[in-house]
Design a protein around this ligand. Structure first.
Ligand SMILES: [Zn+2]
Length: 215
């Protein structure tokens, strides 16, 4: 089964992708993770990507597609994959389709995790990260035992600068604008399923599994 997960920041894509990959025995392919790995392993593609990142530029789609190609067609993805974090716009979706088509692979389902602005703001603005070990807490959903102190290592917690309310709203609007044409594209292919992601993760995954197994 080949799945693409879409959804704005705070909709729970990463959590769902991890859980789904376990339950359906699919390879979880996150473009963010792949980029970091290729750079860390100092591969030819990684070095090329790093040159852009060091200049503060976006890594070109072509390069990301090349990295994806080896993962999507590798043995570990034999049973299928969940693509998380890519595509983010129409040109990327078309480039992805072209590459998959050449490899004889077809995407089965695209899930759009739909979350409302107040829920996204609540989830992301409440997030606190440990300055030392990177553990993540949430002021309401997963509070530390002592306010602003990490349960695991005792260091102070902080709020990431892009988790401030105005920045979150801005990230959300950028995402919605970028993905509008992408969503139409998958709708026309009859692959798009909206899932209400304002709810807790357990409810969201049940919906996804029902649709995935029915197709
Ligand atoms: Zn810590």
């Amino acid at each position: 089964m080949k799945i693409v997960l879409l959804g704005p920041p705070g909709a729970g894509k990463g959590t769902q992708a991890k859980d789904l990959s376990k339950r359906l025995a699919l390879s979880h392919i996150s473009t963010g993770d792949i980029l970091r790995e290729e750079v860390k392993n100092n591969t030819a593609l990684g070095r090329e990507a790093k040159a852009y990142m060091d200049k503060g530029e976006l890594v070109p789609d072509k390069l990301v597609i090349s990295m994806l190609q080896s993962r999507l067609t590798s043995k570990s993805a034999n049973n299928g994959f969940i693509l998380d974090g890519f595509p983010r716009n129409l040109p990327q979706a078309k480039a992805l389709d072209e590459m998959l088509k050449a490899a004889g692979i077809d995407i089965d389902n695209v899930f759009y995790l739909e979350a409302s602005e107040p829920v996204i703001v609540q989830r992301l603005s409440g997030r606190r990260v440990c300055t030392k070990c990177g553990a993540i807490f949430h002021v309401q959903n997963m509070p530390p035992k002592t306010e602003n102190i990490c349960d695991k290592c005792g260091a102070k917690l902080y709020q990431r600068s892009d988790d401030h309310e105005e920045t979150i709203k801005n990230r959300l609007h950028v995402y919605l604008k970028e993905t509008a044409a992408l969503i139409d594209y998958y709708k026309k292919q009859d692959k798009l399923h909206y899932v209400d992601a304002d709810r807790e993760a357990d409810f969201v995954i049940k919906d996804i599994l029902k649709i995935a197994k029915g197709s």
